[in-house]
Design a protein around this ligand. Structure first.
Ligand SMILES: C[S@@+](CC[C@H](N)C(=O)[O-])C[C@H]1O[C@@H](n2cnc3c(N)ncnc32)[C@H](O)[C@@H]1O
Length: 280
C-alpha cells in the first residue's frame, strides 16, 4: 500500500539541519541540568552493565560531543560519528580544550563498517528515525548490531510516541488536509527571542515534522526536522530482526519506568551471541 506523507519536506533534511540555527532552536529544550542528568544516567549504566576502563564505546550521531567527551573522561575508549561538520568541529575543539581523546569522524550512520568492535553503542536525544525510507532505519540497527561485540549493548534514547500524542491533544491540535494533525506552540528562548513551533504528524507514516520559526537580525529563520515515531513493540521487532534483544526500558534519565506519558523512551538492548544472517 502506498503511504502518503502530506507534509512537504526535503528528503535528506538532516544533511543541512544540524548547524548554528539548530542550536538556537534547540536551546529551548536543552539545558545544563538535562545534560547533567543524561551523563549521570550513562555513567551509572556503564557500571550496571559492567564496563571496565578502556571498554570501547561508540557515540552514534554524537553531535557536538557532549556525551562522548564525558565518557572519555572516565577512561573509556570513545569514538564519535556524525554527519554535521559544524557539530564535529565543536566536538573536536571541546575535547581538545578538555584534554580528552575521542576519535571523531564524519560518517553517515547507514555506512557504519565496524565489526564486533564496541562494548556499548549509544544513540542519544532522538538521533534515529530520520530517513525517508523505512528500510534505512532498519539498516542502521543492523549495522549497529554488526558493530557490537557479542553480548555488547545498545542504549537508544527516543521520543515517546504516546507522550507526543498527549501533547498534541492537550494543545488543541487540529486535523487538516490528508488527515495531518497539527499544533502550534509559542515559546520564548533564554535570550528573549520568540520561537514559533509548528508540529505535525502524518497518521499514515508516523512522521513527526517540527518547524521552528524565529527572527534574527530582522531576518526570518525557519528550521524543519522530520522524525519517525516508533511504538515500543514496533521498535522491539526491528531490534529483534537485527539480532538485538531488549533488556531494560526507562521513561527518563532519572531511571523512572516507561509509561504512556513518559518524556522519553530509553531502551537498553543487547546483542545475542549468535545472530541470524542479514544483508547488512
Ligand atoms: C538531535 S541531534 C543529537 C546529537 C547528540 N546525540 C546529542 O545528544 O547532543 C542529532 C544528530 O544526528 C546527526 N545525524 C543526522 N543524520 C545522521 C546520519 N545519517 N548519520 C550520522 N549522524 C547523523 C546530526 O548531525 C545531529 O548531530
Amino acid at each position: 500500500m502506498f503511504l502518503s506523507n502530506g507534509v512537504k519536506q526535503k528528503k535528506e533534511w538532516w544533511k543541512t539541519a544540524f548547524n548554528k540555527d539548530y542550536l538556537t532552536a534547540d536551546s529551548y529544550f536543552v539545558s545544563k541540568a538535562r545534560t547533567k542528568r543524561e551523563i549521570s544516567f550513562l555513567l551509572k549504566l556503564t557500571g550496571k552493565i559492567g564496563l571496565t576502563k578502556s571498554a570501547e564505546i561508540l557515540d552514534l550521531a554524537c553531535g557536538y560531543g557532549t556525551h562522548a567527551i564525558a565518557l572519555a573522561k572516565h577512561e573509556f575508549n570513545v569514538t564519535g560519528i556524525d554527519t554535521s561538520e559544524y557539530f564535529l568541529k565543536i566536538a573536536r575543539e571541546t575535547s581538545k580544550k578538555q584534554k580528552q581523546k575521542v576519535q571523531f569522524s564524519k560518517k553517515d550512520m547507514r555506512t557504519l563498517s565496524f565489526k564486533k568492535r564496541f562494548n556499548l553503542i549509544i544513540n542519544m536525544y532522538t538521533s534515529f528515525g530520520y530517513f525517508a525510507e523505512e528500510s534505512d532505519n532498519l539498516l542502521v540497527l543492523r549495522k549497529i548490531s554488526r558493530a557490537l561485540k557479542p553480548k555488547g549493548f545498545l542504549l537508544i534514547d527516543l521520543n515517546n510516541l504516546s507522550q507526543v500524542f498527549f501533547q498534541f491533544y492537550q494543545n488543541g491540535a487540529s486535523t487538516g488536509k490528508n488527515n495531518i494533525v497539527s499544533m502550534f506552540q509559542n515559546e520564548t528562548l533564554k535570550n528573549g527571542k520568540r520561537l514559533v513551533i509548528k508540529k505535525e504528524i502524518d497518521p499514515l507514516t508516523m512522521h513527526w515534522t517540527i518547524t521552528y520559526s524565529w527572527k534574527e537580525r530582522r531576518k526570518q529563520k525557519n528550521l524543519q526536522l522530520r522524525i519517525r515515531l516508533f511504538s515500543l513493540p514496533e521498535f522491539r521487532r526491528m531490534l529483534e530482526e537485527s539480532g538485538l534483544k531488549i533488556k531494560r526500558v526507562w521513561g527518563y534519565y532519572d531511571g523512572s519506568p516507561y509509561r504512556f506519558d513518559s518524556r522519553r523512551l530509553i531502551i537498553l538492548a543487547r546483542k545475542a551471541w549468535v545472530i541470524k544472517k542479514t544483508n547488512a
